[in-house]
Design a protein around this ligand. Structure first.
Ligand SMILES: [Zn+2]
Length: 317
């Protein structure tokens, strides 16, 4: 595993797999900026390999079939064209899983976008997990684990990724870029160390991120107007709003500036919270509104996302 902050998760899996103790169903949060995709893909390879060591061998017949995209016992199910995952998709999968594996090994399923399963689809999956076919592994990746049915969650081993420290990310980036980081890049690491892959992308393309969090904080404090949001940028602004609310919770709890992304504005944000008389419960309430909005956007097309987001901002303001 080339991403150091995921190494612990990886070693645990390898050890459980090696000793034959690996559960048959796993839930891995879809956190692309932390490397969830690379992690899951390595893991799928490991599961399908017929002679794995600490990772897939890459040369056995099973590895080669998977590499070529032709493995008959590998199944990937996910949202198509942004639509929800239907019960028919799950039933089709379950039907195929009833057959014996073609490669005399295991069957492996990757269920992507798992938060987009309809309730009937989730229940159909639950039934499959309760009565699993032999030698079948499920890797289920929702954007947020909390958005799956509790009954479904309880049937799976839940995985959590560690967020790397600033120092860990600095070291990793310097290795990837094969050079020393500049002062400005160190500053970016301080702010975005919880999103190492996004950081690497920015540094490689020499494209500093549009600092949406900073922009929202400026609007909140009256230094700038609230940004214009359209359909394409709505998700990004929603994430930034969640980050801002999380940051306000940390400010309200008087955490040290080391824990803050907006450390420079700590005093003003504190004053703002006092003036408005906002408590942590209020902030958590708005955070819940954001999560609710994210769910609605995923489930219903034709919603006016920008308008919903502006409503949350206006209530906060
Ligand atoms: Zn192999």
């Amino acid at each position: 595993m080339s991403l150091p902050w995921l190494r612990e998760n990886w070693l645990q899996l390898v050890s459980e797999h090696g000793s034959g103790k690996l559960s048959h169903a796993h839930c891995v949060p879809w956190q692309p900026d932390l490397g969830a995709e690379a992690f899951i893909r390595e893991w799928l390879k490991l599961l399908l390999c017929t002679q794995p060591q600490r990772k897939a061998c890459g040369v056995c017949k099973s590895c080669l079939l998977h590499k070529a995209g032709n493995h008959p016992d590998y199944y990937e199910v996910g949202s198509i064209d942004g639509k929800g995952i239907s019960v028919d998709q799950i039933r089709e999968l379950t039907g195929k899983l009833q057959q014996t594996p073609n490669q005399a090994g295991v069957k492996v399923v990757w269920l992507r976008d798992a938060e987009r399963m309809s309730v009937t689809a989730a229940n159909a999956l639950l039934k499959t997990l309760e009565e699993p076919t032999q030698a079948t592994y499920f890797v289920v990746s929702p954007e947020r684990t909390s958005r799956l049915l509790p009954t479904l969650r309880s049937r799976m081993q839940l995985h959590r990724f560690n967020v790397p420290s600033e120092q860990q990310v600095e070291q990793w980036l310097a290795q990837q870029l094969k050079r020393v980081l500049s002062a400005k890049e160190h500053e970016l690491c301080k702010r975005y160390h919880q999103r190492p892959l996004a950081l690497l992308g920015w540094l490689q393309s020499d494209n500093a991120p549009v600092d949406q969090l900073q922009q929202l904080s400026a609007a909140l404090l009256g230094d700038a107007t609230w940004p214009a949001v359209d359909k394409a940028s709505c998700q990004g602004w929603l994430s930034a709003t969640e980050q801002l609310l999380g940051e306000l919770v940390r400010v309200q709890q008087n955490l040290g500036s080391d824990h803050l992304q907006l450390a420079g504005e700590q005093l003003r944000l504190q004053r703002w919270l006092t003036e408005k008389n906002y408590k942590v419960t209020d902030l958590n309430h708005w955070l819940k509104s954001c999560y609710g909005m994210r769910r609605k956007l995923a489930e219903q097309s034709g919603l006016n996302g920008p308008l919903l987001l502006q409503e949350i901002w206006m209530r906060l303001h």
